[in-house]
Design a binder for this molecule. Sequence first.
Ligand code: SF4
Length: 142
Amino acid sequence: MCTFGAVHMAGIYIHIPFCSKACHYCNFHFSTSLHRKNEFVEALLRELDLLQFPGEQPIDRQADTIYFGGGTPSLLNQQELETILEKINQRFSVSANAELTLEANPDDLKPDKIRELVSMGINRLSIGVQSCRCTGCRHHQP
Ligand code: SF4
């Protein structure tokens, strides 16, 4: 028996393995070559189509979170993100107030980009450690 009452959360994680440059401290899987980004998005959409679920329902409970991690998912353009989100919504039952997170490089977060993300339902950003650059210290300046 679940001791936490009716808490049965489900989440969807999508890994976007591209970065604009390699950070020296990083051990994640990524590529700095974007020339296969389109191919990757098409393969991801096909993979979502190929998922097999037992029974009629895609999953037995609603997804409460969708998380785009990487890599740097903020490198995807609006059309790519919208197409992936549309496919996820076709293939899964997603809660109306799901938390939609996108990992972002602060350099990508121009006002237009933020407006795009908000318009497609992204309601949480996970900002990279690049945002912690200190401007007040004379040590280790590039
Ligand atoms: S942006 Fe993030 S995932 Fe990409 S190399 Fe830097 S730390 Fe790693």
